[in-house]
Design a protein. Structure first.
Lengths: 139, 139, 139
């Protein structure tokens, strides 16, 4: 068994979900692991990682609709608003989704289901550079 | 250290939570791992995995109540509704719970707390066949 | 590669978030792992683990505000209320956050982002003793 690790950088152009499945597949191939697990960890508290339906973009627009409706931007009851209306909502959205994901590796590939894709979910409305630590462990 | 992996299949009869703790315990015993981690990954975007109180079924009825109340079926604002009123709500419920779980293995057993059980949470109202990839890594 | 495991105990004085980053850093140092993953698992269903902004405590007060607003204590529609108004809300809050966390270990240290901290989130209003199983795997 071995551990392989790298850090990937993604530039988020705006609030929204961005498909990073291909970049993660490439990292798994580089790791040389055949059977094991691939762990992703985003080093931020206003951007997160999700696995969801990768076929129809309307799924991700509806996820964004639910978030906007249930995690208010600029709720007047928030104390923490130094960086604007998307500051505190970004932290709560991150909490409700995932800071890390773990996907099985089988026969040298990410063993995702047919409809699953991996997305970086940027919760801030501006542009940000986001780092994801990828760790692959296995045989 | 070694990696052991298998895929389990579960038939969900309807929307709701189904206790799969025993099947996972059996897989851990088969793996032969004494100290390590057991990872579960559901290969779907409308069914998820949760760890919650395993003693009183009313806990899981109340979780379902919260989900129904906060993640509307057939919200008229959803764009994605090809497969019915439970289509988009199923994706959002999956996002708010877990696509994967990781539980420690200690002395050859799942090291769950006294009140914890592992459940497959089916979010669609029909019948579905769901696959869970189990990976155990350790010594 | 090796697996290292221990159980830490934390006394929660009340509902709220408690920074446990330092205790986890110490466990990682004890493990002797240089490159790998650190897994935390809380053995309870009314307390959870979160990674969020560790600089300004108002972030965690706003998270608690969102939880109180969206996961009602003592909702009259809950069936499960044996241990009081914070019983069922504690289970739902746990579900919406995390029972386990996984953080990369790089150069012998937890590879958290600059603003990330690890917190135990106690959801019950009384005092509780909480156990967290720490497993470190790597080289």
């Amino acid at each position: 068994m071995k551990t392989w690790q790298t850090t990937l950088t993604f530039d988020s152009p705006r609030r929204g979900t961005f498909n990073i499945t291909e970049e993660i597949c490439r990292a798994v191939a580089q790791s040389g692991v055949t059977t094991g697990l691939c762990h992703l960890f985003i080093q931020h508290t206003s951007a997160s990682l999700i696995i969801t339906e990768n076929a129809d973009p309307s799924v991700r627009r509806d996820i964004e609709y639910w978030m906007r409706k249930n995690v208010l931007d600029g709720d007047p009851n928030y104390e923490h608003n130094y960086e604007g209306d998307d500051d505190m909502s970004g932290h709560i959205r991150t909490l409700l989704t995932e800071t890390s994901l773990m996907v099985p590796v089988t026969s040298g590939r990410l063993n995702l289901g047919t409809w699953q894709g991996i997305f970086l979910y940027e919760h801030r409305t501006g542009r940000f550079r986001r780092k994801v630590v990828v760790t692959v462990q296995g045989e």
